[in-house]
Design a protein around this ligand. Structure first.
Ligand code: PAF
Length: 275
């Protein structure tokens, strides 16, 4: 695996790379990421992974500083997954001067759900991803559906800005007990780790109720939140939404997604399930 730390070096290195598939990450790689990389191989000639912990998408007081930086372990996993190129820029390479130009996704998509609890988050994500696209000029980019709202923000961005990039959205990878794999799972204590799959179980129960004909979505949402609180969680939201724009569902919607975010101890977990 070739590792580039500079934009210039990467651009030279990619000159005869053929169809480039980019998998942007913030590192601390787990099986969920590795599954993205394995799928990336099916979409092009060169799998390019970026590792960059992007300050722009964290608010003061969020976990930017304590976000795990595990470069050596990440490299081992990337090599084992057959990744061809790693882009690993320092902050001074990505943001040599303070970033003043931003991608501003539509308010109705970024001020709800994750965006309501993490103001500015998707602006930071969209800006760094657009910048990574400009730097790496991939033909394909792969994002996990675990961050469902992020995946929508980025695929809408690619479409509305007519970027010549195919966006591939991949399914969430789960532990055997259902917990969605996430870098943040590493912050859970052993007791919290046992409790953590409850979020997924509640999303599944909500989906089951919808498939059985329940249409009172707010009742289902409140029920799930009550259940989480009863087990020591602090839920931010459980929300049933239509799956293409995350609007409140109407009778005519053909596809729904149930999204949830909640604090377990000091770890904030998110998950979602398509119906
Ligand atoms: O999902 C992530 O890890 C990040 O939000 C991303 C897409 C790499 C942008 O920093």
């Amino acid at each position: 695996m070739k590792i580039h730390e500079t934009i210039a070096g990467l651009r030279t290195g990619l000159k005869s790379a053929g169809r480039v598939v980019l998998v942007p990450t913030m590192g601390n790689l787990h099986d969920g990421h590795i599954s993205l990389m394995r799928q990336a191989h099916e979409h092009g000639d060169t799998v390019l992974v970026s590792i960059f912990v992007n300050r722009l998408q964290f608010r003061p007081g969020e976990d930017f500083e304590k976000y795990p930086r595990t470069f050596d372990a990440d490299c081992e996993r990337l090599i084992a997954a057959g990744v061809d190129v790693l882009f690993f820029p320092a902050e001074s390479e990505m943001y040599p001067t303070p970033q003043r130009y931003f991608i501003e996704p539509p308010a109705e998509l970024i001020n709800i759900l994750e965006g309501e609890f993490r103001p500015g988050h998707f602006r930071g994500v969209a800006t760094v991803v657009q910048k990574l696209f400009n730097i790496t000029q991939p033909q394909v980019a792969v994002f996990g559906k675990k961050d469902y709202q992020q995946m929508l923000v980025l695929s809408n961005m690619a479409r509305e800005l007519a970027l010549p990039i195919e966006i591939v959205a991949t399914d969430t990878v789960r532990a055997t007990d259902g917990l969605a794999l996430s870098s943040r799972n590493g912050f859970l204590s052993p007791t919290e780790r046992v409790e953590a799959p409850r979020l997924h179980r509640l999303l599944k129960a909500t989906r089951y109720a919808i498939l059985a004909g329940e249409r009172d979505y707010s009742r289902l949402e409140s029920q799930a939140m009550v259940e989480l609180r009863a087990h020591g969680w602090i839920p931010d939201y459980i929300a049933v939404r239509e799956k293409t724009g995350l609007k409140l569902p109407t009778a005519h919607d053909s596809g729904l997604v149930i999204l949830g975010a909640a604090l377990l101890g000091s770890t904030r977990l998110i998950d979602n399930l398509e119906v």
